[in-house]
Design a protein around this ligand. Sequence first.
Ligand SMILES: C[S@@+](CC[C@H](N)C(=O)[O-])C[C@H]1O[C@@H](n2cnc3c(N)ncnc32)[C@H](O)[C@@H]1O
Ligand SMILES: [Zn+2]
Length: 411
Amino acid sequence: MESAPALLGGKPRMSVDAEVARKLGYEVELRHEGKISFYVPKLPSEKGYAPSDLPVFFNPVSKPNRDITILLLKSRFKGSKIKVVEALAGTGVRSVRIARETDVVEEVVANDISAKAVQLIKVNVELNGVGDLVKISNLDANELLSRCGRGRPRYDYVDIDPAGTPAHFLENGFRGCIRGGILAATATDMAALAGAKAESCIRKYDAKPLRSPFSKEIALRILLGFAARTAARLGLAVKPVLSFQRDHYARIFVEVERGKTKAKKTLRKLGWISYCPKCMKIYLAKRFDPPITTCPGCGSKLEYAGPIWLDEYADKGVVSEVLEKAREEVEIYAESLKTLEALALEDTGIVGYFPVNSYAERLKTSPIKPSRLIERLREMGYKATPTHIDPSGIKTDAPLKAVEEVFKEEG
Ligand SMILES: C[S@@+](CC[C@H](N)C(=O)[O-])C[C@H]1O[C@@H](n2cnc3c(N)ncnc32)[C@H](O)[C@@H]1O
Ligand SMILES: [Zn+2]
């Protein structure tokens, strides 16, 4: 990687920082992420501040979100030259990294509604010498994306990374995405999606969340279900290629396909999830069947969530290519490895998971190693895998009785 002074044309750092700060009208700091150096507003601390309170939004915690974006683009579009739009670009770090760290782009549009953001993006684009690839735009994301189509070029890759919900950008995001291209979206409104603010989730996603040991997976599946319904209205179908939940957000990458028949087929992958804490059992129902509200096992009244995406949320082939690329440059991608490695082992076709602690509590015993529980349940003929969302969680189709047997053996 080039050193910052080299990027800064040999001038002393401090004086360049001061020059940039004077130009922008606020204090800045130079940071390094991936293979680039870039300016951000001076952070009050590394964590525990509100990024939205800065003159321009920046959150260092989202590095793995950006890393996985770079990895996915590198593997998915290998050998092509694509057009990318980052509709909500903030400091421009993601767009500049895409331009510098992948060799698959012919154009990256870095757009932000904020004039301050656009001014900072310019500084960062110049600093990294990517002015030939990165085009800067100062529009409302919906305005920019809704212009695409009907004879106007669309993008091979659309990235929607707002602070909060992406719900109101998705429809235009799909309009802006080439058929066969990829749309990515981040949702940071986990309180809504994971059930702490249920009414807010219903308002934004028209879906009911559920507080449960696996709320965060439901959050991811609500976002995917919402994306599938939004695409279907436009006669488009989505195919999730890689989705994950970590830190404060859920992130989806979906392939966009044209066709009403495909869209209708995709909608059959939506439905309801109910959960019985007593039996520790998950029940699913199709979208146009009623959700299961009474436990067939014990007769308890059940809470439900949905509509959610009931099918796989990651493609094994894509995940293993992305993981391979991450392993080639561990010094950049170290933080993302755990998420990707767990995702590679996970059966995302199994809906929900239980942390071993919830089993232990229910069985009134002490927890055992998740890896051992998985191994034993598999030996017994059940499906069992880890989940990338919780290192202590397991996904299985085994009944509580089988789990109890393993706990007794191991306890
Ligand atoms: C979470 S930040 C983007 C972070 C960036 N993608 C990254 O990886 O660091 C969200 C940005 O969206 C911008 N924004 C908010 N509403 C917008 C809109 N309607 N259209 C375009 N940009 C918008 C904000 O100014 C902010 O810079
Ligand atoms: Zn029950």
